[in-house]
Design a protein around this ligand. Sequence first.
Ligand SMILES: Cc1cc2nc3c(=O)[nH]c(=O)nc-3n(C[C@H](O)[C@H](O)[C@H](O)COP(=O)(O)OP(=O)(O)OC[C@H]3O[C@@H](n4cnc5c(N)ncnc54)[C@H](O)[C@@H]3O)c2cc1C
Length: 394
Amino acid sequence: MSDNDFKNIKLPHFPESYWRDSVTCPKFPNMTEDIQVDVIIVGGGMTGIVSAYLLANEGVKVAILEAGNVLSGTTGHTTAKITAQHHLIYDEFIENFGKSNARLYYEANEAALHFIKENINRHQIDCDYTEQDAYIYATTVEYARKLEKEVIAYQKLGIDGEMIDSIPFDMKIEKGVVMKKQGQFHPVKYLTHLLGDIVEKGGLVFENTTAVNIEGKEQPTVLTRDGARATGKFVLSCSHFPFYEGIGLYFAKMYANRSYVIAAKTKQSFPGGMYISAENPIRSIRTAEMNGENLVLIGGESHKTGQGKKMIEHYKALADFGQEALGIDNILYRWSAQDLTTLDKIPYIGEISANRSNILIATGFRKWGMTNSIVAAMLFRDKILRTKNPYQSI
Ligand SMILES: Cc1cc2nc3c(=O)[nH]c(=O)nc-3n(C[C@H](O)[C@H](O)[C@H](O)COP(=O)(O)OP(=O)(O)OC[C@H]3O[C@@H](n4cnc5c(N)ncnc54)[C@H](O)[C@@H]3O)c2cc1C
C-alpha cells in the first residue's frame, strides 16, 4: 500500500487545485521594458485583479505585475465561499471594537458579496455562482455556548441568521448558526473573465515579473528583478505578503496559516449549504459543479505554517472525515495553501505608512479573502479617485 492509499480511497498522487485544473488560464508576457501608467498593481490574485478591474472601468491606466502566473497564489487554491460569516467573529468584534465597527465590518463584506453577485448577473459571467446559506456548527457544549453568543451578536448587528439544532449530515451537533443568502463560485472562472475585461480596457498584465523594491516619492517606481521599471502615481501592494515593507513592520504583525482541501465525489447527494466547524480541527464543506456533477470540497487541518505534520497526514484526516460524515468515495483533487492573519483579525487595508499615501496595501485576510479582497479593491479605487468610502474607518 503506498503513502497515498487510505482506507480503500486513493489520494491523488500530486497536489492540484480543481479551480486551476478546470480552466485554461490566460498567459501574459513578462515586462521587458520600462512602462509608465497611472497605477501599478503588484500581485495577480483576487485582490490585484479586482483592483485593476475597478480602476480600468473608471478609465485609469493600470498595470498588473505578477511574479509567477496570475491566479497561481492563494486565490487559485481557495475554497471560494463568498460570505460575511467569517467564522466566530462578531461577538469578539463587538467586544474589542464596539458595535458600530463590528457592524461596519459586516456591511463591508456583505457589500462585497453583493458586488460579486450583481457583477456576475450584469455581465452574465459563467462562474458557477450559486446562492447558499452559510453554517457554523459546534459538536461540543463549550462551542455551542460560543455559538449562542455569536447569535446574540447577529441580533445586535441586525444580521440575517439564526440558531439551528441539526445539519443534514451523519454528524451529531450541539448547535449551529446559519447566515442566510451567502454565495459560492468558481474563482478562477470569475477572475479570468475580469482579466479579459481589464485587457480590453487597455490594462497591462505581466507575468514572471517580480517586484523587488520601490523608489521615488511623488512618482513611485517599482523595480523588478529583471531590471525593467514601472512608474506611476500609485502602487498597490496586492502580493499577499507585502513585497515592500516600508516602515510597516508587517512581518512582525502577521502570521501565516496553511490549510488543506480535498475535492471528492460522494455516494449520497449533497443537501446544499456551506459549512464550517466551530471547533478545531476546522472542517469546511461546500460543493462545486464539475461537468454537471457535484464535487464535495472539504477543507481544514489549518496550522501555523511550518508547524504541521507530514502533509499527507492532513489530507488523510480530511479524507477520514469525508468518508464518515459525507460518504465520499473518490477523491479527484487535493491541494493546500496559506493565508495571513493580523494580530486583531481585521485585515490591513490602506496606506503602507503615514508618509507614503501613494503606496497602498491589502493583506491579512485570515482565510476570508473572497469578500475582503473586494472591500480592499473598492477602498483602493475610492482613495485613488478621491471618493468617500463608507468603510474607510474600519
Ligand atoms: C485553503 C484556503 C481556503 C480558503 N477559503 C476561503 C473561502 O472559502 N472564502 C474566503 O473568503 N477566503 C478563503 N480563503 C482566503 C482567500 O483565498 C485569500 O484570502 C485570497 O485568495 C487572497 O488573495 P490575494 O490576491 O490577496 O493573494 P494571492 O491570491 O496569493 O495573490 C498574490 C499574488 O502576488 C504574487 N506576488 C507575490 N510577491 C510578488 C512580487 N514580489 N512581485 C509580483 N508578484 C508577487 C503572488 O505570486 C500571487 O499570485 C482561503 C484560503 C486558503 C489558504
